[in-house]
Design a protein around this ligand. Structure first.
Ligand code: 5GP
Ligand code: MN
Length: 325
């Protein structure tokens, strides 16, 4: 494990950098990427950002989002260091980038997931903080650089997203203090940031939510709940996997539910899984059983089985874990 001092030394030592993050990037992933990009630019470095998936529309209010390039654009670029943000394993950045984006000297991993695998040559992992954005904030302060208004907006978006708008238990007093600082620096309206991310929904997403909730099933004790999203449902509502974000939280909110599961059928027929826990069951450990990861109360994995088989495995594991408590 490395500290901020090591990180700063590394950033000072090299001149060319690439930044990337996990597939299906969220507010924390993109906000952290752009804030770090701006930090390195101020140090006079050359930096490019490459992501496996495009910046979702709801994050296109962030400054410099257009500087995020697609994975294929990285083939002619060989940076001295590659910084991987918010991803607990190398594979999480997607097949193409993990194969082709190879730095000359060092891979740096900055992350806050409990499942972090320390896969980098340098690893700055802080599992007690709300988000990667919170780590980047603290790092910029450590480096004694000022945070500008553009960075503040990006970092606030990361904090807001990963704390579920400051609702989850990872929103500590420190997180709130940082958020307040960022609002002051950025001089933006927090309600507008919220509105950009959560209130510009395509109609199809609401139709998909309706269809998804109609698949709801629960164990007889009501402690485990699950929903399934099929490719047909996505096609019928003209939506993508990105639109499924947040659905799992809806069923986690049911009074009796300890573990909520949302399973999406991928194009190849396999399953993408989101898990949420009320706190009793460690769903990071549950996801790890299937080579996934995340946090104790929010995690995910991919399972190479159809949703119907994947559900059985997941519910079986969740039941065992509840019984053990
Ligand atoms: P979500 O359900 O919102 O997609 O993800 C919840 C948490 O689990 C996030 O912190 C995310 O990084 C992590 N996560 C989701 N899917 C995967 C996965 O396939 N592998 C790993 N290692 N983590 C995942
Ligand atoms: Mn994050």
């Amino acid at each position: 494990m490395n500290n901020f001092g090591d990180l700063l030394t590394l950033f000072e030592r090299y001149q060319t950098f690439a930044i990337t993050t996990h597939v299906n990037p969220d507010g924390d992933a993109i906000g952290s990427e752009i804030a770090l990009y701006l930090f390195l630019r101020k140090l006079g470095k050359s930096i490019r950002i490459f992501n496996a998936d495009a910046v979702p529309k709801k994050y296109q209010f962030l400054p410099y989002w257009e500087n995020v390039e697609n994975a294929q654009a990285s083939t002619d670029y060989c940076p001295e260091a590659l910084v991987i943000l918010d991803a607990s394993s190398r594979e999480r950045i997607g097949k193409f980038l993990s194969k082709h984006l190879i730095p000359i000297h060092a891979i740096v991993n900055i992350d806050h997931h409990i499942s972090a695998k320390n896969f980098g040559d340098y690893n700055v992992i802080q599992t007690e903080v709300s988000s990667t954005a919170e780590i980047i904030y603290k790092f910029i302060k450590y480096a004694d650089m000022s945070i500008d208004a553009e960075q503040a907006l990006c970092l606030y978006t990361g904090l807001m997203f990963d704390t579920g708008c400051f609702r989850y238990s990872n929103a500590t007093p420190e997180t709130h203090r940082i958020a307040a600082d960022l609002i002051e620096i950025g001089n933006f309206a927090p309600d507008e940031v919220y509105s950009n991310v959560y209130e510009h929904l395509p109609l199809g997403k609401i139709r998909l939510l309706g269809k998804t909730l109609s698949t709801l099933e629960l164990t007889s004790d009501g402690k485990i709940a699950w929903v399934v999203v099929t490719q047909k449902m996505l096609n019928d509502t003209d939506t993508t996997l990105d639109d499924v974000e947040g659905f799992v939280n809806q069923i986690q909110a049911i009074d009796s539910v300890e573990v909520a599961v949302c399973i999406c059928e991928l194009q190849d027929g396999n399953s993408k899984v989101s898990l949420r826990s009320e706190g009793l069951v460690d769903v990071a450990a549950l996801a790890a059983e299937f080579n996934g990861g995340g946090h104790e109360r929010a995690s995910g994995c991919r399972i190479n089985h159809q949703p119907t088989s994947a559900i059985k495995m997941l519910v079986g594991s969740a039941k065992r874990r509840i019984d053990e408590i």
